[in-house]
Design a protein around this ligand. Structure first.
Ligand code: SF4
Length: 280
């Protein structure tokens, strides 16, 4: 089964690929690399190659076996557009997503050039949200690549935020997640950088999700900005402020489940109606 996720903006993780390699500063304290080393040491067969890119074709069908609608983060332990993942394997993952309209899939990459290059060969159903990670000014061109991809929802993960990101081109972007680095050796994030991004999202009509301040103890620093939390989720029908994204995601799941149990198929149209509940 896909694993329940602790990530604030999703429900489950699905990892038909594991392993990766560093590509930019945001990778310096890669959580997936640390976790893979731990799982390798524990003898987990999925991590027999530790952090080397490894395909798991037996997991390609997993979402098809899940009837309940879920929000699923694809490849939390890898980068789907890594050059060691064959084009055909990427296509098979997108085929699975296209054939599972009951779920919402979130795909995130730092390899935006390959994403842009292969995008015309992939199906882009409404239930696939495509995002790029941008940690500092040096990699903002990833946003230009993402804008060229015909995804229904395009999002940014600005985490770990390592510097100011002013004058972002957000006209094609639906959602931005901001977070500071956490764990040993975490690099600090300034409030002015976060506030600038929040204002830019507001001006461009993009949803804004503030995940965490980060630091060595992220529980201690929390996720309050301007005296409140920001948990907006993308919604093509408008953005409403939210307080408990995970609860609301579950509520959406239950809502769509109910119609499914009445014999209705969960379609993107159902989701379009349900999504406002995700938002706050
Ligand atoms: S791209 Fe992501 S998974 Fe790959 S090394 Fe960098 S942070 Fe880790």
């Amino acid at each position: 089964m896909p694993k329940t996720s602790k990530i604030e903006w999703t429900e489950f993780t699905w990892n038909p690929v594991t392993g990766c390699s560093r590509i930019s500063e945001g990778c310096r304290h890669c959580y997936a690399e640390r976790m893979a080393a731990r799982l390798y040491a524990m003898g987990n067969p999925r991590y027999r190659n530790e952090f080397e890119v490894t395909l798991h074709p037996d997991l390609l069908d997993l979402p098809r076996r899940m009837a309940k609608p879920r929000v699923i983060f694809v490849n939390s332990m890898s980068d789907l557009f890594h050059d060691k993942v064959p084009d055909d394997f990427i296509r098979r993952i997108f085929d699975t997503m296209a054939q599972c309209p009951q779920h919402t899939f979130q795909v995130l990459t730092k390899r935006s050039q390959r994403l842009r290059q292969i995008a015309p060969q992939l199906p882009w159903p409404e239930n696939v949200w495509m995002g790029v990670s941008v940690e500092d000014q040096r990699v903002v061109s990833r946003i230009t690549d993402l804008a060229a991809v015909p995804a229904h929802v395009r999002f940014l993960s600005l985490e770990p935020l390592l510097g100011p990101l002013d004058n972002l081109e957000l006209s094609a972007i639906d959602w931005a997640i901001v977070g500071g680095e956490s764990g040993p050796g975490a690099r600090p994030m300034q409030e002015a950088w976060v506030e600038s991004i929040r204002c830019q999202c507001e001006s461009n009509g993009a949803a804004f999700f503030f995940k965490q301040w980060g630091g060595v103890n992220k529980r201690a620093t929390g996720r309050i900005l301007n005296g409140r939390t920001y948990d907006q989720m993308p919604n093509k029908m408008g953005i409403m402020p939210s307080t408990e994204p995970r609860q609301r995601i579950s509520r959406v799941s239950r809502k769509v489940d109910t119609s499914a149990s009445r014999g209705h198929r969960s379609t993107p149209a159902h989701r379009a109606i349900a999504l406002p509940l995700l938002t706050v």
